[in-house]
Design a protein around this ligand. Sequence first.
Ligand code: URA
Length: 477
Amino acid sequence: MPVVVLPDTGWREAWRDAARRLAAADVPPDEVAWDGVAGLFAPEPLPPAQPLTVPRAFVDLADTVLCHRDPERFALLYRLLHRLRHERGIMGNPADPLMARLEALAKSVRRDSHKMRAFVRFRELPGTDDAPRRRFAAWFEPEHFIVARNAPFFARRFADMDWTILTPDERADFIKGELSVGPGAPKPDLPEDASEALWTTYFTNIFNPARIKLDAMRSEMPVKYWKNMPETQAIPAMLADAERRVIQMRSAAATVAPARAAQISERYRSAMPKAPDRIDTLEQAGEAARHCTRCHLHCDATQTVWGEGPADARLMIVGEQPGDHEDLQGRPFVGPAGEILAEAMGKAGLAREEVWLTNAVKHFKFKPQMTARGGKRRLHQNPDRAEIDICKWWLDLEQRFIQPKLTLALGGTAAYALTGRKEGITRRRGKVEETEGGPVMLSWHPSYILRVPDVGAANEARAQLVEDLRLAARFVA
Ligand code: URA
């Protein structure tokens, strides 16, 4: 029986040569032992070389399948080559079990090659006097023997540098324009590379938290490749931060103003009870506020957003002004910032129903912006000092009727409205300040947490908001 012993390097060529000789001599597949498994029969020399015509499709399939790690690939390919002598049409029959098996092997190799081209990450090596070109090296762990197959791709793409790709089974070197392939090597210690930070930044920037499909992500970038890709170190942190970023993206994309906003607003006003003549209760204050025309902000906003909660709340929480969602729903903190606040309150053990939630300014201030398709968006604008001062009339009334034990000001606008001071939150947060309206504590506005680009800073601010809410809860308990 012919026994084909394939060498450690050059086994592709050795297989091709042996398979051609055997097929040309019509040696049946069951009578050949590949890779040195001779069985019970004494080895026989291979038949002499003879001309053999093979379809192009077979050559391509064999080149691909030979890269597979499956030890049976040699015998399977030879079986097909032998059948091709008598069944020329077999390659066009994907339902044939042998063809189906070989196609599956080829597909796996193609997929692995695709991953290699996408995921090899070079690190720059120090220059040497005799190598004027920049030098790079990469460590990669492919599933199959695909280095030789893909080396020309890297040579074309990185033609102006010297590089080496090392894998456990094979290596490719491209030195001074000469490509060579040799046996593999253990994982080397490659130097840290500044380009890793660049990759991580790039990856972090293209990461779209609203499109997270973990299964699709793992399938596109299988976890087994992650360890050799610097940018994947950022994935756990990005996933942990994804929810915040989705809310952030949603809040940045201001919703489209409702069609005929002015009429809607008019309908609200005409359906409202008449403004009370006197304001002796919290309820009357709320009714009066719905008719507020004290500043120009009422002209464009849909409606006044008055506070909500129990009239005897011990804690009052004050934000800046209603946002887009609050303006349409007529309730404070029901949009993206409200989600962040609700989460923080939950962690601090505070229920929305037990606090009075309100804003320093009761009308939504925005700038209309035309969209590319001719619609209108409403972009949030910070209220100015005069608008805050004018609206303080309502905030004072809320404080007077509710008499909270503590008022928590979220962000700079509320801090200024309640304390009259503009100094930043960083140094003042978490401490109780005495004011005419009672004790006030400051913390971060949830929109700030949404806006901070840095994940670490956002998480810190979020934790501090929880901490301050806890303190506030303890203070009023
Ligand atoms: N931001 C605020 O300050 N208040 C809200 O009600 C909503 C967003």
